[in-house]
Write a protein of this length. Structure first.
Ligand code: NAP
Length: 503
């Protein structure tokens, strides 16, 4: 697999050998290392790039630099200049669109349409930083209402915390980096980004773009380090906020190690769809199939359970199977709907989950077969409601295209089965009965509910985030500002002097 890169971005890599070796941007400098990590393309499982494996000592130096210099450089850059830089970065993302698309296709196995969509979302996110700004205000608190604070008043300022550590997953390796960069730095923080080891290139290309746009040199760093070697930096007290997106299992480790800090935790789950008897089965099946198969189901908000009322169950099942039959799987550089999944191991886990499910009485309605290595059909199973809670798939998210259908008696049973999972990211409700929909809205323990649509977080125009094991805090334009800033109260004491004495 070969990677094409524009000359202006090529400066950050050596193309001397067949496999390019990239440098990483570490708080002011492009650096390399003695050791490298291979980056493998999910398309054919060959190595197409190498990135330096940053040793502990260099990480510590980078942290010292970002803490001592970078956080002040970002904070001291006037807000309107920060916004201007974001606009310049958006234009550069557009200019280098083909490089980014190439990195997302080769590195992630995305289809061209999905890769292009991710670049568009990243551009829009940078531009929409102007809406985040409206949440960066503080408050004025008069002292009049307590005898102790008469003649005093306070201003409650919102301030940046300092240094944000952003840990990102493999599935949106550009957008997640851009999103965390925008809300952290628009609020005046510096940021260290730790991209997923399987997909580090979009973060490096983005760092180069930030550099060209003139973002403060010491305010950004990209840590190309394996996750399991992150313990020291996670627990370092100079990191004020950790913004993590990834699996629940990793997220829990990060919080335990990080200790007292501020957190944004976007964790795993997979979503439920509740289908009411008065829904349109064709429309609903199309929406569920799209949710299941887009980016090969490697989305935190992909539908993994369909809890359907009895009368619509059979027509829905029939149409959903027909929709899944239409899905073309193959090399994402060709005209397909689904490319490979990120690695073979995820398909192994699916095979284990299918075996587990069928042993517990589930039936495979569609798919489930490995085409080769890390290419697999979308999978639809069904099981009786009495046994669904026993499934491995119910207890743990398997991160690809797989969903389980369950026939329920009524909406109450659907809500109960959805809430009994340890996850609580989003849910969909399909149908028209306003009383049932209202009940679902009130009782579902999730961060977002989509009525007559499948869950999709998009650029975070509407806030999203999990409850229970799916996370803490919210990502979304304006909403994350709360988690990456802190308050400082300034009390002015005028006691002893009347206003006239200042005149
Ligand atoms: P992951 O394996 O948990 O990895 C996520 C990030 O954590 C990677 O950068 C990884 O680095 C790092 N990491 C791994 N072990 C670590 C450790 N001990 N300490 C610190 N960092 C560590 O998740 P993934 O497979 O990349 O992504 C899929 C998961 O993300 C799914 O569960 C999905 O639901 C979730 N997700 C959630 C949302 C949301 O908005 N809620 C959005 C997207 C994805 P290495 O790559 O170097 O191991």
């Amino acid at each position: 697999m070969e990677l094409k890169v524009s000359p202006e971005l090529k400066e950050i890599a050596s193309f001397d050998s067949k496999i390019p070796s990239f440098k990483t941007y570490l708080v002011g400098d492009w650096v390399s290392s003695k050791e490298f990590e291979d980056v493998v393309s999910p398309i054919d499982l060959t190595v197409f790039a190498r990135v330096p494996r940053i040793p502990d000592q260099m990480i510590d130096q980078a942290l010292t630099k970002i803490y001592e210099k970078g956080r002040w450089e970002v904070r001291d850059m006037p807000g309107e200049k920060r916004l201007k830089t974001f606009h310049d970065m958006a234009s550069l993302l557009d200019k280098f669109r083909e490089d980014l698309i190439e990195a997302l296709i080769v590195g992630n196995g995305k289809t061209r349409a999905a890769a292009n969509g991710e670049v568009n979302a990243s551009i829009e996110r940078l531009i929409r930083a102007d809406l985040d700004v409206r949440k960066l205000y503080g408050e004025y608190v008069p002292g009049d209402w307590s005898s102790e604070s008469l003649e005093t008043e306070a201003i409650v300022r919102r301030e940046p915390v300092g240094v944000v550590l952003a840990i990102t997953p493999f599935n949106y390796p550009l957008f997640d980096v851009v999103n965390k960069f925008v809300y952290s730095t628009v609020a005046g923080n510096a940021i260290l980004i730790k991209p997923a080891s399987r997909t580090p290139l979009p973060a490096l290309l983005f760092a180069r773009i930030a550099e060209i746009a003139g973002f403060p040199r010491h305010g950004l760093g990209v840590l190309t380090v394996p996750g399991k070697e992150m313990d020291k930096i996670i627990s370092d007290k100079r990191i004020g906020v950790i913004s993590f997106t990834g699996s629940t299992e990793t997220g829990e480790k990060v919080i335990r190690l990080g200790g007292v800090k501020q957190y944004v935790m976007e964790l795993g789950g997979g979503d439920s769809a509740i289908v009411l008897d008065d829904s349109d089965p064709t429309y609903t099946a199309q929406k569920i199939a799209t949710s299941m198969t887009s980016y090969s189901g490697q989305r935190c908000d992909s539908i993994k359970f369909v809890f359907s009322e009895p009368n619509v169950y059979d027509p829905l099942k029939g149409t959903l199977i027909e929709e899944l039959k239409k899905v073309k799987i193959g090399d994402p550089r060709e005209e397909v709907n689904m490319g490979p999944v990120i690695e073979k191991g995820t398909v192994d886990e699916l095979e284990f989950a299918i075996k587990d499910a069928t042993e517990k009485g589930a039936r495979v309605l569609f798919g489930g077969k490995r085409i080769k290595d890390n290419y697999v059909e979308p999978t639809l199973l069904e099981i009786e409601k009495e046994r669904v809670k026993e499934l491995y798939l119910y207890k743990k998210e398997v991160f690809l295209s797989v969903a389980v259908m369950v026939k329920v008696e009524n909406v109450d049973e659907a809500i109960s089965l959805s809430n009994s999972r340890r996850y609580g990211l989003d849910a969909s409700v399909f149908g028209n009965d306003i009383n049932k929909i209202r009940k679902a809205i009130r009782m579902l323990e999730v961060g977002a509910i989509y009525i007559n649509d499948f869950p999709r977080h998009g650029i975070g125009y509407f806030p999203f985030g999990g409850r229970k094991d799916s996370g803490l805090g919210r990502e979304g334009i304006g909403y994350t500002i709360e988690h990456v800033t802190t308050y400082k109260t300034v009390v002015y004491n005028y006691k002893g002097k009347g206003v006239w004495e200042y005149m």
